[in-house]
Design a protein around this ligand. Structure first.
Ligand code: PGA
Length: 252
């Protein structure tokens, strides 16, 4: 039995003081809603505040990226060990905004994933097709290729700490959502690919989230699908009431 994981991705939003206020407000709203794991992935500078504010609650804290080297001359970057030491549990890797604006490739996604897993972080690995790929009918090929490249050389044991977030790029921040059937079908393709790579047990166990304009209005029908095990939520994770409504949909 897979447990839903509802994760917020704040992107470049919220200062530390806003983070503290947000989590203080959210914690009682989601208390006891334990049928899903609740994660907030926040900007690096907010992590320590978030970890402190989330102590004793059912809210877990993640980062939005991580560098692949252990240490060294990488000005401006943050290592997995640094994240781990301040209490970070999860890290988003390969988000489409990083692929689109910051030159992220499947190869660097793979390197980051390996580094994060080695340091004991849980990875939320993002992948998904762009609009032209969906319109050309090659979505399945694209997500299968990304799944294989992004997970290259990752062992079955390490895979237990990987969540895959299927995020069609055309649905992110656009208000366009994949239909529940599209989300279910493509999450299913990713699961099939995991079965080919790691066997059917691993495929049954892995959490595959949907992301892309998931909100309080559409979460229930997306989460009702057999292959959708949660959500990675951008815009709607910045409002405690909307985020709580999604957590409640995963607890219904
Ligand atoms: P959105 O973002 O919910 O604002 O579309 C999702 C994401 O980028 O993870």
């Amino acid at each position: 039995m897979r447990k839903y994981v509802i994760a917020g991705n704040w992107k470049m939003n919220m200062t530390p003081s806003q983070t503290k206020a947000f989590i203080t407000e959210l914690a009682p709203m989601v208390a006891g809603l334990d049928k899903c794991d609740i994660v907030l992935c926040v900007p690096y500078v907010d992590i320590a505040t978030a970890v402190e504010a989330a102590k004793g609650t059912n809210i877990h804290v993640g980062a939005e990226n991580v560098h692949f080297a252990e240490s060294g001359a990488y000005t401006g970057e943050i290592s997995a060990a640094m994240l781990k030491e301040i209490g970070t549990e999860y890290v988003v890797i390969g988000h489409s905004e990083r692929r689109q604006y910051f030159g992220e490739t499947d190869q660097t996604v793979n390197l980051r994933t390996k580094a994060a897993l080695k340091a004991g972080l849980k990875v939320i690995l993002c992948l998904g097709e762009v609009k032209e790929e969906r319109l050309s009918g090659i979505t399945n090929e694209v997500v299968r290729m990304q799944t294989k490249l992004d997970l290259a050389d990752i062992t079955a044991d390490e895979l237990k700490n990987v969540i895959i977030a299927y995020e069609p790029v055309w649905a992110i921040g656009t208000g366009l959502t994949a239909t529940p059937d599209q989300a279910d079908e493509t999450c299913g393709v990713i699961r099939e690919c995991i079965a080919e790579l790691y066997g059917s047990e691993a495929a049954e166990e892995i959490i595959v989230q949907y992301g892309g304009s998931m909100n309080d209005g559409n979460a229930a029908e997306l989460l009702a699908k057999a292959n959708v095990d949660g959500g990675l939520i951008g815009g709607a994770s910045l409002k405690t009431d909307k985020f709580t409504a999604i957590v409640k949909a995963a607890n219904a």
